[in-house]
Design a protein around this ligand. Structure first.
Ligand SMILES: [Zn+2]
Length: 139
């Protein structure tokens, strides 16, 4: 997978600013940060998205993101809260097809808008039951 920029970063063939790594995952600074201090956590073994990411590597990604989030909150970086975000697939906004978990520092008044339209959908219990059954079918 020489065409994968994150694999190139992991291998040290592309520049990056590393924050933390272990045998499974690497955390490095996003070069196009949403807010200062934006970090990406990636598995060291290539996985295009959640569909081919081993569960233990996904678990480790989350653990590393949690460590970075807690460190950001204690750091000099302007950070009053944190969003963790993973895009799975183009429709979700994924642009680099090597799974990555965003650790995004947040503060009151920043310009980032992640909106959940809480009022738009009002499903009935029957609809929730039906959709849950569809999800369970895929497990
Ligand atoms: Zn890769």
């Amino acid at each position: 997978m020489t065409s994968c920029i994150f694999c190139e970063i992991i291998a040290g063939r592309a520049d990056s600013t590393r924050v933390l790594e272990d045998e499974t995952c690497l955390a490095f600074m996003d070069i196009r940060p949403i807010n200062a201090g934006h970090v990406l956590v990636v598995p060291k073994t290539h996985a295009k998205d959640l569909s081919d990411l081993p569960a233990e590597n996904g678990g480790r990604m989350f653990q590393m993101a949690q460590m970075i989030a807690n460190a950001l909150m204690k750091s000099e970086v302007r950070c009053e809260g944190v969003n963790l975000m993973l895009a799975h697939g183009k429709a979700a906004g994924q642009e680099v097809f090597h799974a990555h978990l965003h650790v995004i520092p947040r503060y009151r008044g920043d310009n980032l808008k992640i909106r959940f339209n809480l009022l738009k959908l009002r499903p009935t219990r029957a609809e929730l039951d039906r959709i849950a059954a569809q999800i369970r079918h895929g497990l």
